[in-house]
Design a protein around this ligand. Structure first.
Ligand code: GTP
Ligand code: SPV
Ligand code: MN
Length: 594
């Protein structure tokens, strides 16, 4: 850690890249911190930061016998999730942001948020956090620098990205070649929801975030850079930046197929990425390899296939519902060296959340003595931050600079009715339509009502850095001569019966569906053609070791034609709303389905 005094000409520069140094100096002049610290990502630096955060109460200790190296952070109760209504994408023209984004003219947006930054770091330390999204030696990786006044953000960025000296070295090398850098400025401000903005300037590769210290609002490498800014870069450079997990499925012959899946926030990406095969599958030698749990960057390779990297280096996972039964790999990953945010604690200082086990916690996420009358003990969007290297199923290919080839793309959401367990699209354009038409019931990952069905194309509604109409056109453009594109599927783990219970067991048993998907990719898995695409025949999904009535299976694979006609009409209206042109192949695909 190199602390640079603000005053005095003898201050040693933090970087030899003049443009970066100049930006840091300008930000320091605006925000007026007491100190500027360039982060090197070392263990010593992390230990120093952690000690300071323990001393001032930003971090609280957890039981070091059961959870060595683990700490707890309690965020401000008004700062617990992404704030979509305060998130802006500031292109020069509002049409480029599209009806899917909140828009402000760049000049007005800069003026608005810079007024908040003015002097906001007085009495605080300004941290300069150089990071690389993706393996540092990967041509598919991209770099950024986040300036923040939150040591908690620094600690999270260290786990979530390749942060520090190696990233800065690449930034300096690329800077000398004139390659662009994503610059993010963040301050927790006063944590006043009335003075909070998350602003993106895609044409400048700039992010400015003020007034929140939580998750995607503050860890700017994640949603702000790797999705909103990167999707804009990807459009112009011919690749895709997506809200997808990447998982490798190894069959008993030792062949691995990589699957990328887009589910909206808190709809099962982390769980699918780490799934444990059902016993019958394990005995036969099936294995699952985790490459990524939230974000996927896919580039067309010379062989025509899509090659994917996970730009992240850690998991910022949903705690509630994580258990030995649902996701043992996640649970084992977070036994040590993990930051827990807004979980409850037991009387002996262990982290706790709903769904973990039957214990009664001592204190809730706000530190109050636990009282069921106050609602859930852990905040529904409470999270763990952990290095991906701690995941027992972490794929050796996750560090491959070339990425992994994608065999299948899967879309899915929380749909308590109508949408079957799985179906396959007819071709690429129909697959893009299936992604564009995705709907899901909202979750606690963003502020606002929970359980309300909304359209969330490709799980990118909150994350696409430009207009959805242009985004769909970009997706469609990948279907060109020489391309060997993945097949596209749709899944729904969340169908409910008349009593409101999930009909499909989910979690590890989702491998049964993935096996069928891979079978379709290889050829051989049985399917029936329906108006919405191909569905498994009644016994195409393996059910050994699974207690599931025939009638339930039948219902999970039923295509309710009247229901789908109504759905199609809604989708057509939604495409109108987004400004999708009348001659788009999406329209043709929709008509073919209806
Ligand atoms: P983000 O990190 O917000 O992007 O979420 P995510 O998509 O990674 O979701 P995650 O895997 O953390 O799951 C969110 C919630 O859904 C948890 O409470 C899980 O227990 C639950 N869940 C995940 N998979 C399944 C499933 O197959 N069936 C059911 N019923 N619930 C699931
Ligand atoms: C999501 O909401 O999709 C997340 C959590 O992965 S956050 O990083 O807060 O965006
Ligand atoms: Mn996510």
């Amino acid at each position: 850690m190199i602390a640079v005094p603000q005053q005095g000409a003898e201050a040693s520069p933090g970087t030899r890249l003049a443009s970066l140094q100049q930006w840091v100096d300008e930000v320091a002049a605006l925000t007026r911190p007491d100190r500027v610290v360039w982060c090197d990502g070392s263990d010593a630096e992390a230990a120093t930061l952690q000690a300071a955060m323990m001393a001032d109460g930003t971090l609280l200790p957890l039981n070091q016998d059961t959870h060595p190296g683990c700490v707890l952070h309690r965020s401000h109760p008004d700062d617990v999730a992404r704030v979509e209504h305060l998130t802006f994408v500031c292109h020069e023209n509002s049409e480029d942001a599209g009806p899917n984004n909140h828009w402000m003219a760049p000049a007005e947006a800069h003026a608005t948020i810079d007024a908040l930054f003015d002097g906001c770091m007085q009495g605080r330390t300004l941290y300069v956090v150089p990071y690389c999204m993706g393996p540092v030696d990967s041509p598919l990786a991209r770099c950024g620098v986040e300036i923040t006044d939150s040591p908690y953000v620094v600690a999270n960025m260290r786990l979530m990205t390749r942060m520090g000296a190696a990233a800065l070295a690449r930034i300096e090398r690329e800077g000398a070649e004139g390659k662009p850098l994503v610059r993010g400025l963040h301050s927790t401000g006063e944590l006043d929801p009335g003075r909070r903005y998350i602003m993106h300037f895609p044409d400048e590769l700039v992010i400015k975030s003020y007034g929140s210290g939580y998750g995607g609002n503050a860890l700017l490498g994640k949603k702000c850079h790797a999705l909103r800014i990167a999707s804009h870069q990807a459009r112009h450079e011919g690749w895709l930046a997506e809200h997808m997990l990447i998982v490798g499925i190894e069959n008993p012959q030792g062949e691995v197929h990589y699957v990328a899946a887009a589910f909206p926030s808190a709809c099962g990406k982390t769980n699918l990425a780490m799934l444990i095969p059902p016993e019958a599958y394990r005995e036969q030698g099936w294995k699952v390899w985790t490459v990524g749990d939230d974000i996927c960057w896919m580039h067309p390779g010379e062989d025509g296939r899509l090659w994917a990297i996970n730009p992240e280096a850690g998991f910022f996972g949903v705690a509630p519902g994580t258990s030995e039964k649902s996701n043992p790999n996640a649970l084992h990953s977070i036994e040590r060296d993990t930051i827990f945010t807004n979980v409850a604690v037991t009387d002996d200082g262990q982290p706790w959340w709903e769904g973990l086990d039957k214990r009664i916690p001592a204190h809730d996420w706000q530190g109050r003595p636990y009282d069921a009358a106050n609602g859930p003990a852990a905040h529904p969007n409470s999270r763990f931050t952990v290095s991906a290297r701690q995941c027992p199923t972490w794929s050796p290919r996750a560090e491959d600079p070339q990425g992994v080839p994608i065999s299948a793309i899967v879309f899915g959401g929380r749909r308590s009715s109508l949408v079957p367990l799985v179906f396959e699209s007819r071709d690429w354009a129909h697959g893009v339509l299936v992604g564009a038409a995705m709907g899901s019931e909202t979750t606690a990952a963003a502020t606002g009502a929970v359980g309300v069905m909304r359209r969330d194309p490709m799980a990118m509604k909150p994350f696409c850095g430009y207009s959805f109409a242009d985004y769909f056109a970009h997706w469609l453009s990948f279907d060109r001569p020489g391309a060997r594109l993945p097949k596209i599927f749709h899944v729904n783990w969340f169908r409910k019966d008349a009593d409101g219970r999930f009909m499909w067991p989910g979690f590890g048993d989702n491998l049964r569906v993935l096996e069928w998907i891979i079978g379709r990719v290889e050829g051989g898995a049985a399917a029936v053609e329906t108006p919405i695409g191909h569905l498994p025949t009644h016994d195409a999904l393996r059910r050994d070791g699974l207690e599931l009535d025939d009638a339930v299976m039948q219902e999970l694979l039923r295509v309710d034609e009247a229901g789908w006609q109504a759905e199609s009409a809604e989708v057509a209206a939604y495409l109108d709303e987004l400004g999708v042109p009348a001659d788009s192949p999406l329209r043709t695909s929709l008509q073919a389905a209806a």
